[in-house]
Ligand binder design. Structure first.
Ligand code: FAD
Length: 501
């Protein structure tokens, strides 16, 4: 049963913030809060080495670059500490059909005309036999393919990182402690709530000590000790759209130079990731326990690994969905305690970051229902958008080789997603709603990659004659070629930019 929503009456001004959990969510929150509001707050973070962290979360998206810039984090120091490599996108292998491959890159494809998006001109060019494959017009897709990278002047190339999650948490810990965050090693045994207000009053640790606060951030991962177990805020299950609920992860030695993209390789009842770091490769299989048992999953996983195992594969279970309210009373859930959409498209760290940014904007002098409602509205909309985008990859498969892919293809998808796909299929149009993570480019790249070819294009594209259209497309392609020729190999760039210590 959920508790009713309280009012702000009787609450104290927010002076003491307690962060429960020191995984990526806990330390990102500690770093951002201490950097921006640290002078006016006392921030404590409690974590337990005995429990540890989830230990995966190695692929990111470009918003992390912005997060680091806002915090004044040196990219070179971060990349060295996290053994980072560059990620220009994801290579989807076997998603549409077994032998098919496409790249969802972080780049913009072609150039929009003021009247219509580039895809309309490309569609027209394709119809007239004048266009190459869609990826040919995107710098990031081609650079990923050719394994090249360099920082280019502003807006030059859009990228993110692959990183060692444990190294990242250690790096953020040093950063946050430098801004005054106090870390406490200990296991939370109990969450004490105020009998009158229902708010969280303190965390009681196993050694009997007590940590009181005005605002609590639940970063305890899937356990959700505060928001779920103590405040009993319910969880909305999305497993009818996202079938995967289990994973194995393992690290191996590298057998070749790191590529600047994540590999997402579709399997019989799920998919596998390959995330190249400077010193090793992160690997994992994500699968549905309804369609594959644990022994089969381990066999499928280990038999496909390259390189030597650095540690034995470890197993994880998860439940896709979101907390009904991520901020309830004086507790905000970040990271896995708040929501989890499966790891395809690497969005969890991004959602943590968005949660932190919204919290900073709504940061209360005194915890008030207006702030809580505004926060929840924003994170709800963002997580639903991400869910739709991820569900699309599974649903738009043409695979018919296993019951898992049949179920993905035939499932009833959210109405919001169905409308987007239908609009694109009929008209070639995608409309980006402000605040949504994935822009038009991402939707188009994935829908085309998954085999949705629009029936029509914008009439503006018909106004170009063949010669003009051919020149327009050719100039864009030549521009991409010129930039590409200036880029060094990804490996060579890393060796000089952030050499291994
Ligand atoms: P955790 O890492 O679980 O941290 C929880 C913290 O709470 C720990 O410090 C723990 O010690 C502490 N804690 C728990 N209970 C107690 C207690 N009783 N007392 C004291 N401390 C306690 N995200 C991405 O962005 N990219 C990816 O590529 C990606 N891949 C993933 C693959 C898989 C299979 C899964 C399951 C997730 C993946 N994620 C990915 C998500 C990513 O793992 C999380 O975003 C990230 O690790 C944040 O986790 P967290 O901090 O919320 O929880």
């Amino acid at each position: 049963m959920e508790e009713s929503v309280s009012t702000q009456a009787g609450r104290a001004p927010v002076r003491r913030v307690v962060i429960a959990g020191g995984g990526t969510a806990g330390w990102m929150a500690a770093a951002a809060l201490s950097r921006t509001l640290g002078k006016g707050l006392e921030i404590h973070l409690v974590e337990s080495e005995q429990i540890g962290t989830v230990g995966v979360g190695e692929a990111t998206i470009p918003t992390l670059v912005t997060f680091h810039r806002l915090l004044g984090i040196s990219e070179q120091e971060f990349m060295t500490a996290a053994q980072g490599t560059i990620k220009l996108g994801i290579s989807f292998e076997g998603w549409r059909e077994r032998d098919h491959r496409y790249i969802h890159s972080f780049g913009t494809t072609g150039q929009d005309h003021w009247s219509a998006g580039f895809q309309h001109f490309w569609l027209r060019g394709r119809e007239r036999g004048l266009a190459e494959g869609y990826e040919a017009y995107c710098l990031e897709s081609r650079a990923a393919e050719q394994e090249r990278f360099a920082h280019l002047p502003r807006n030059g190339i859009n990228y993110a990182y692959h990183m060692d999650a444990a190294g990242y948490a250690r790096f953020l810990r040093t950063f946050a402690e430098g801004y005054g965050v106090k870390r406490i090693e200990g296991k939370i045994a109990r969450v004490r709530t105020d009998p009158d207000s229902g708010d969280i009053a303190s965390l009681v640790l196993e050694d009997g000590s007590e940590l009181a606060g005005d605002l609590f951030l639940d970063c305890t991962g899937f356990r959700a000790l505060l928001i779920g177990q103590a405040l009993r805020v319910g969880f909305e299950d999305w497993s009818h759209w996202l079938f995967n609920d289990s994973a194995y992860a393992a690290q191996t030695t590298a057998v070749r130079d790191a590529v600047p993209y994540t590999r997402a390789i579709a399997g019989e009842a799920g998919w596998q990731w390959r995330i190249p770091l400077q010193h090793r490769v992160g690997n994992g299989i994500v699968y549905s326990s309804q369609y594959m048992d644990q022994t089969q999953a381990l066999e499928a996983f280990t038999s496909s690994l390259e390189g030597e195992l650095v540690a034995q594969p470890w197993h994880l279970r998860f439940r896709p969905g979101r907390r009904i309210r991520c901020w309830h009373r004086n507790c905000v859930a970040l990271g896995l305690a708040g929501s989890f959409i499966e790891p395809l498209e690497s969005t969890t760290i991004h959602l943590i970051q968005r949660g932190i940014m919204h919290l900073l904007r709504c940061f209360p002098a005194v915890v008030a229902q207006e702030d809580i409602d505004a926060y929840n509205r924003q994170v709800d909309a963002e997580v639903e958008h991400v869910r739709d985008f991820v569900v699309m990859h599974f649903h738009l498969t043409e695979r018919r080789d296993t019951p898992y892919w049949d179920a993905c293809r035939l499932m009833e998808i959210p109405a919001s997603l169905r409308q987007r796909i239908e609009l694109f299929r009929e008209t070639g149009k995608v409309f980006h709603v402000p605040g949504e993570l994935f822009g038009e480019n991402s939707w188009i790249q994935v829908m085309l990659g998954q085999g949705v070819m629009p029936h029509r294009h914008h009439p503006a594209a018909d106004l170009m004659g063949d010669e003009e259209l051919s020149r327009f497309l050719g100039d864009i392609r030549a521009g991409v070629d010129r930039t590409l020729a200036q880029l060094p190999a990804h490996r060579a760039y890393l060796d000089t930019y952030c050499p291994a210590p």
